[in-house]
Each structure stands twice: as C-alpha cells, then as structure tokens.
Design a protein around this ligand. Sequence first.
Ligand code: PLP
Length: 373
Amino acid sequence: MTALPNDRPFYLLNEGKIQANLARIQEVKDATGCNVLMALKAFAHYQTFPLLAQTLDGCTASSLHEARLAHEYFPGHHHAYSPAYSPRDFPEWTDYSQTFTANSLQQVAFLQNLPTKHNLEIGLRINPLQREASNPLYDPSSPQSRLGVIAKHLKSQWPKGVTGLHMHNLCENDSHSLERTIESIERDAPFALEACEWINLGGGHMISQHDYDLDHLIQLIDHLQKTYSLRVILEPGAAIVWEAGSLHAHVLDIVAQDEVATALLDISITAHMPDCIEMPYTPQVREGRITNKGCRYRLGGNSCLAGDFVGDYHFEHGLFIGDEVIFLDMAHYTTVKTHFFNGLHHPSVYLQHTDGSYTCLKTFDYTDYQSRL
Ligand SMILES: Cc1ncc(COP(=O)(O)O)c(C=O)c1O
C-alpha cells in the first residue's frame, strides 16, 4: 500500500468527496435528463476520469491540449470553447471535440468554413449582460467584456447553422443567479432560445455546496426544456471537485520580524496555490483559525517573491519546525495552474480511495522543471 510522504509536500485528492459531489450532479441528471460536462480548466487529473465518466457525459475543453486529453482519457461527447480559435490548431482539434462554441460571428464563419470531413455542431456564446459574479476577475458580463456576443447586437437574427446557445456568467453562484440570467436571456434574446436545439448554461453552479437548491435548478432546467424544447447542458468545473483536495506542507523555519512570526513552508503560495494571490483567496487551514486566539503565524512560501504568503492564522498550540500544515479545498483551479517558479520542488499528487488506501498519481523531479525551459 502506498504511503504518504512525510518529508515532501503533496496534494491529496479525496475520492469519497468527488463521489459525493458527483452524486448531487446525478440527482439533477436523473430528474431532468440534462447533460453535464467536466470543465477541464478547473481540474484535469486524467487518472480520475474513469470515475468522473460514470456520471458526466464528456468534457469541455478550452484549448487543443485539453481537447486531446479529453479525447484520450474521457469517453463521451466533447465540447470546445475558445475566445478565438487559431487556424493552426485545425483540423487536429476536430479529431478530439464534436461541438464547438464560437465567441463571435467571425469565429462562427471560421468554424463553418473549415475544410473538415467532420460535421461539426456549432454554438455561439452570448454575453447576457447579467452580472452575478462578485469578483470582477471572474465576471464576463460587463458590456465591454471580450467574452460572448451581446444578444441585442444580433438584431434578432440568430446565425444560420448555429444550433446551440452558450452562456457562462456565474462564479460560485446559487440557482437564483441562474434564474435571473435565464430571465435576462428570455427578455433580450427570445429569438435565440427559439432558434436553437441546445443551450449550454456554462459553469459556476455551486451544486456541491450543501445549501445549493437542487430542486430549484431542476425546475429551471425543466422550464427551458419544456418551453423551448432545448437540450440543456451544464459545464461545471469547481463543483465537481469542491472541497475534494488538500495541500500538505511542512514548516521549514520560523522567522520573526516586527512582531510577525512567519512559518516558512516547503511549498510556495504563488507556485502551488496561485489563486490565493490571483483572486485573492484565503484558504482554510486544518486546525489553523483566522481569529485572535492562540499563537499567530503568517504562512509563507519558499520562493523569493516578497508577497509569497497567505493570511495570518492562529494555532492553539503553536507551530514548530517539521510540523505539517494542511490547506483545505485545494483541488479546483489548483493543480491545473501550478508552475515551477524558482525551480521549487513541486508537490506530488495522491488520491485517497474510499477504503483508506492511497494511489500516487504524479511525482515531479528536476526533469519536469528542466524539460519545460
Ligand atoms: C466557459 C466556461 N465554462 C465553464 C467554466 C467552469 O466554471 P466553474 O469551474 O466555476 O464551474 C468556466 C470557468 O471559467 C468557463 O469560463
């Protein structure tokens, strides 16, 4: 049986929690018959695809490489969406994905004129101008957004040969955000709903959170299916692996300056938890609390970036060199975004099975760092 390392950092994915998240998706599928795709941008450990494919109908890819990974490891029907497709990626991409969503009318024409033997299914992304994401970094719905065509610019003319409508404006939102978005499309683009065969409601649905109203989502999907005879597709990413991974680091040293004690860890925030700086997002730490009780430590990474740290946490019994520090909810948008800044040792990736055993999915060494330079 594989043992977890105690002298190197690692991500630990939790098979049981992924299954629990998938079970909620299955409930929605059973009640509505909708299709659900895995958004690979959020999580792409292909070793888990056999598990995901028991519930999900395929993947949605944002690039040629994601599309190829889906084709090679995930049985199903694969979608693609890119803000702009590069002619250089074709015809290869058509070997991997069956449905392509365009971001503009020019891109519709590009896809329709591809000299390909395949009969591509084509969709068009619209910008519903319905702002629901609280963080501007994840809000594609501003009037200046580069993502999607503003429906009224289509002047009630849905482009010929485009069978699907795609929208994505949510980010960790509830079903009421989706309801407002559907209402905005019904108000501004009823012609699109009537012209299409399918609608892709994008990602950002927090289906795995215990207080997400699954019945309400089911009602909304039913409404679209019954009113417009649309096939409904969802493409969540984060929800599939929500709270299904942790990052295990170790304290290498503790430095105190100006009343701040920083525990230096054998990971880097910028390299191994990049959203903590990009969003920014402060993760929970097992046994570490962001309160004013206990011993306070700033948790710092081991790169030379001055800002390579997350918030200040309190630990009841203090921290010591060699202690393990466990960051929670480190599966979505984490391992897909890491890098090798400073040549730092990259945490390995393990999967914990429901029987308590572990499989090592990936380890990294010098050759991984060297081969990408
Ligand atoms: C077009 C599109 N679809 C799906 C997703 C997945 O979103 P989430 O991981 O929030 O569910 C994203 C995320 O950015 C996206 O841009």
